[in-house]
Design a protein around this ligand. Structure first.
Ligand code: GLU
Length: 339
């Protein structure tokens, strides 16, 4: 069957990506909250190269759950920027595919199903705390920046009466996942073996927000599994998230993909790339008349896949892609040919 899952040993063997008959499925999953920048483009290029070099399929999924930050028209602009670079995909919001829809905002039913399965196992609870209360909790050091301060477990053991009372006073609850106290080990094809302690790093994390929308951690797990993604390439800033996601894969009885967390491209000040670093969005480069081959060649050079100053289309790089060549350290934005 075309979409049959691979045997579970596949992600222990990087060589399996060389098998042209493999059911390799890669993906890129942008959030339509702003223009794609060079860092996003670098991740997209590597994800595309890995999938295409393996003779696999490439999926474009739009992670548009954060209604407060999603802006209209940005998804279309992001897809156009990716196509301008010379990337393509077999499945996505604009081309459809067997696992449609490819926008998370249209997949809420799947997330609710997963939440019901977790709830049936007693792994969820409602949390009525405000952001301010959590931030103000005495023993709450800051967790990874995507998750806010460590949740102190205030609502973990509320009695049914207390839940009712709080609901009456405070309205809808967010839903949190009970994080086990143990450490979580994971294998990344680029970063190697890593160990995290989600219980101490974030505590019980939100899987469904107060407004009823699924949280990123849950949606990304449900979707990568449902879309039969075998290899996830994304920025190394998401590595701590991966430990939480692994807990969800286990709790849902789903097989995790192989992970490749690529080092970030940083601004000259060592901070993650942002507007203030100037001329870093694909839109600006394109509107400024920079050729896509110049951008792709430069991106590839930052990954050890092209010589400095070389111009290239993504397909020109297919024969050169290998995980072994990729850098493992974050990179301060080197000089670009366009400024
Ligand atoms: N949507 C996330 C982002 O744009 C990526 C999540 C992922 O690749 O798992 O940062």
């Amino acid at each position: 069957m075309e979409n049959e899952r691979q045997p579970s040993h596949r992600h222990h063997s990087p060589l399996s990506i060389l098998d042209p008959k493999s059911q390799f499925r890669g993906r890129f999953a942008p959030s339509p909250t702003g223009d794609l920048h060079l860092g996003n483009a670098r991740t997209a290029l590597l994800a595309w190269l890995q999938a295409r070099a393996a003779g696999g399929r490439f999926v474009l999924r739009v992670e548009d759950l954060d209604r407060g930050r999603v802006r209209p028209g940005i998804m279309e602009a992001q897809l156009a920027d990716l196509r301008w670079l010379g990337l393509d995909w077999d499945e996505g919001p604009d081309v459809g595919g067997p696992f449609a829809p490819y926008e998370q905002s249209r997949r809420q039913g799947l997330y609710e199903q997963a939440l019901r399965r977790l709830a049936a196992r007693g792994l969820l609870y409602g949390c009525f705390c405000t952001r301010r209360e959590i931030a103000g909790a005495a023993s709450a050091p800051n967790g990874p920046d995507d998750e806010g301060p460590v949740y102190p477990g205030t609502c973990r053991a509320l009695t049914p009466e207390e839940v009712e009372q709080r609901r009456a006073e405070r309205g809808e609850a967010a839903v949190r996942f009970r994080v086990p106290a143990r450490s979580v080990g994971l294998h990344d094809l680029l970063q190697g073996d890593r160990t995290f302690r989600p219980a101490e790093e974030t505590g019980d994390f939100v899987v469904r927000r107060k407004d009823g929308v699924a949280a990123y951690q849950l949606a990304v797990v449900v979707d990568d599994a449902a879309m039969e993604v075998t290899h996830v390439v994304r920025g190394a800033d998401l590595l701590p998230s991966t430990a939480r996601q692994l807990l969800l894969y286990e709790a849902l009885g789903l097989e995790p993909p192989a992970w490749i967390h690529v080092p970030l491209l940083l601004g000259p000040d060592g901070e993650r790339l942002a507007k203030r670093h100037g001329a870093v969005s694909l839109r600006e480069l394109r509107e400024g008349g920079v050729r896509p081959e110049t951008v792709v060649g430069w991106l590839a050079a930052t990954c050890g896949l092209a010589d400095a100053g070389e111009e290239a289309a993504p397909r020109d790089l297919l024969g050169r892609f290998s995980l072994e060549r990729l850098p493992r350290e974050p990179l301060i934005l080197p000089a670009t040919p366009w400024r």
